[in-house]
Design a protein around this ligand. Structure first.
Ligand code: PHE
Length: 340
């Protein structure tokens, strides 16, 4: 019996209930009517008389130690709130809100553009960002001394001046014409690079989406109707377009395409510099030289091409004034586009 008393005494000394529920467990185990100490008192009746004094003294000490510990802990834990609330998860609490990321505005606008042209049968073509002179310039009819080849416009690779970062995704059109037979109807979205100082209106890299359609009997009418459909789907049904004569080495005739100003509806304002029109892209009929360079019979086939900057389209649509915002990754800017 003495062994048991010593064992319980050691247990009681070591035990450290951390909350009221654990303390109640302690009380029931050692001090309740059917607890371990009461059981010892029951058994004490059978202890031979000559041992009663010694064992009785130890047993009383054990009981007192347990009661003292209980009282002390009750005091210590009295500041703790209701056991159930402290110890159990409160399922009625609102959850911690998830911070869900948002799509980048350029990604959203690119996909919106693709979605519109896909309805007209265009499919996606991609190509390398590091290009050779042929695909970026020569096949596209750039003259040997064309200024776009100059160091101030293009990032060349020092060790090999035949290799450059592509300046437009027209290079993907060349690659497609070289490997596919007409009819060809592709869109080439992608990142392009130009050796420009970084300002609110220019950057050393940006994104383009270019289109190419080659078939028999393709004419300027097809180009104009395709771009009008795009402009009205993207900017709104009331949008009008106009074409101004321009020059690109790879198209003839070449045009710049304007849309009626979204802000003033054509009346004239700061955004359109009081002209009523804003430029959205370059376009034209593919120059026969380009078709021949890519192995396509220019007597049989004609085609149109167009190219726009995704940043520019996004800035026009959402009145964004600074190009740098697209690459700064400021979440206060990016979060505004989750629903477009
Ligand atoms: N490649 C031209 C540019 O980067 C855009 C363009 C594409 C113009 C197709 C006409 C036809 O500016």
């Amino acid at each position: 019996m003495l062994d048991k008393i010593n064992q319980y005494a050691a247990e009681i000394a070591a035990i450290q209930p951390q909350n009221k529920v654990a303390l109640e467990d302690f009380r029931i185990t050692y001090l309740s009517k059917k607890g371990l100490i009461s059981t010892l008192f029951e058994n004490f009746k059978a202890v031979p008389n000559d041992q009663k004094k010694a064992i009785g003294g130890e047993l009383n000490k054990l009981k007192q130690a347990a009661e003292a510990k209980l009282a002390l802990l009750q005091e210590m834990l009295s500041n703790q709130g209701d056991d159930l609330k402290d110890d159990h998860f409160d399922y009625s609490l609102p959850t911690i809100p998830h911070q869900i990321g948002t799509r980048h505005p350029l990604w959203l606008v690119k996909n919106r553009i693709i979605e519109i042209f896909e309805r007209m049968g265009f499919s996606i073509a991609t190509g390398p960002e590091i290009e050779d002179d042929w695909h970026n310039f020569s096949a596209l009819n750039f003259a040997e001394n064309h200024p776009a080849r100059e160091m101030q416009d293009t990032f060349f690779v020092n060790l090999n001046p035949d290799i450059a970062l592509r300046t437009h995704t027209s290079s993907v059109q060349v690659r497609t014409m070289e490997t596919q037979k007409p009819p060809i109807r592709i869109l080439s979205p992608g990142r392009v690079f130009r050796n420009e100082a970084i300002t609110a209106r220019a950057h050393c890299f940006f994104h383009q989406i270019e289109g190419l359609y080659i078939n028999e009997n393709v004419s300027v009418k097809d180009l104009k109707q395709t771009l009008l459909y795009f402009a009205q789907e993207f900017f709104g049904k009331k949008t009008n377009i106009r074409m101004r004569p321009s020059y690109f080495p790879f198209t003839e005739p070449s045009v710049e395409v304007d849309i009626s100003c979204q802000i003033c509806g054509g009346k004239g304002c700061n955004v359109c510099k009081h002209s009523g029109w804003v430029e959205i892209m370059g376009a034209g009929m593919v120059d026969p030289n380009v078709l021949e360079n890519c192995g396509i019979d220019s007597k049989k086939y004609t085609g149109f091409a167009f190219g726009m900057g995704i940043e520019r389209i996004t800035m026009l649509k959402y009145q964004i004034k600074d190009l740098r915002l697209f690459s700064e990754n400021d979440v206060r800017f990016l979060r505004q586009f989750q629903h477009i």
